[in-house]
Design a protein around this ligand. Structure first.
Ligand code: HSE
Length: 339
């Protein structure tokens, strides 16, 4: 049973890291996320129900962070905590809490496919930060945890963007304001909104996908894009499905990235003819996503996208169909669960 399940931001354990001592082990999981949501390059993000990354964290006698084991879709993920997003985020928490003598042992489970554009490094960073905060009872605020997780994301993926980290931590659909303050605005989630994420079996490094974008955006594209970000936000507040649908368009990054995803155009056509509200690249790709109204449409759209990737590009894929994850990171007390 799941004793002690909570959402961060309303921590169940509070206190000073130096005085309160170490807590029992915790298991922390955080969901995959869709960065950009088409029009909001680097500023919109959304959490989905599956897949998730998780960490089990325990207090350890040696000061600092030690990653004892990594399981799941491990790939070339470094075990060095300075270069691993979970480890680097946990270290940032110890530093922010002034807990120089605290020791932390982490077992990381990678449920989110590597280099898939589903925010795997961000979710790992979030679980690392939240687990460290829980074990040493630092009681950091959600904004502080966000800052630590962004440091982890930067160490793990090379990207300082918070559009995956913020929804993995907060859940829901978020707007992250650029700049040092890392302000997050939680946007409304329409009840019938369903999300399809399809990962073709390709890998994309975020750094490479960012390099193709260059530095400049033509004015005409910029006008379209900022109109769409405003329209998407207004559409969510008003639950206006037409406005949501017409605003899920990316004229800035997608045209430069789509050519790296074989079968992309056909996958879009399959999604839209089956009734998707919109379709685009998830984060920096190669995963794609579609937003849909209702489960039945979402399942049909997922089948269509898979078919299109197989037919056009002979690519196998995984599809994930879920409502928006509204909770973000989850914390479970391992001891309570085992009792
Ligand atoms: N917004 C990022 C990008 C995804 O599209 O490059 C990783 O945060």
């Amino acid at each position: 049973m799941t004793g002690g399940r909570t959402r961060t931001g309303r921590p169940t354990r509070t206190g000073n890291a130096e005085s309160a001592g170490a807590a029992a082990a915790v298991r922390v999981s955080a969901p995959a996320t869709i960065g950009n949501i088409a029009c909001g390059f680097d500023v919109f993000g959304m959490a989905v129900e599956q897949p998730c990354d998780a960490v089990v964290a325990r207090a350890a006698p040696e000061p600092g962070v030690n990653i004892e084991r990594i399981t799941g879709d491990v790939g070339p993920i470094p075990g060095d905590p300075a270069r691993n997003s979970a480890g680097a985020a946990a270290r940032a928490v110890l530093e922010m809490a002034g807990a120089d003598s605290a020791g932390l042992a982490l077992e990381l489970h990678k449920g989110i496919p590597l280099a898939g554009g589903m925010g795997g490094s961000a979710s790992s960073a979030v679980v690392g930060a939240v687990a460290a905060d829980q074990v040493i009872r630092a009681g950091l605020s959600r904004r502080q945890l966000l800052r630590c997780a962004v440091a982890g994301e930067l160490a793990g993926s090379g990207s300082p963007a918070a559009d995956n980290v913020a929804p993995a931590l907060y859940g829901g659909i978020v707007l992250v304001l650029p700049g040092k303050t890392l302000q997050v605005v939680e946007l409304p989630v329409p009840d019938e909104l369903w999300v399809v994420v399809v990962r073709p079996h390709l890998e994309t490094r975020t750094e490479d996908a960012r390099r193709v974008l260059g530095e400049h955006v033509p004015l005409k594209a910029a006008v379209t894009q900022w109109a769409n970000t405003a329209a998407f936000t207004a559409g969510l507040y008003a639950c206006d499905w037409d406005l949501i649908s017409r605003s899920i368009r990316d004229v800035v990054a997608e045209p430069l990235r789509a050519g790296r995803i074989p079968g992309f155009a056909r996958a879009r056509e399959a999604a839209m003819t089956r009734g998707a509200l919109g379709f685009s690249i998830s984060g920096s790709g190669p995963s794609v996503f579609a937003l849909c109204r209702g489960r039945e449409t979402a399942e049909d759209v997922a089948a269509g996208i898979r078919w299109a990737f197989g037919e056009t590009a002979a690519l196998d894929c995984e599809a994930y169909v879920s409502p928006v994850n509204r909770d973000g990171v989850r914390v479970e007390d391992v001891k309570a669960e085992e009792d």
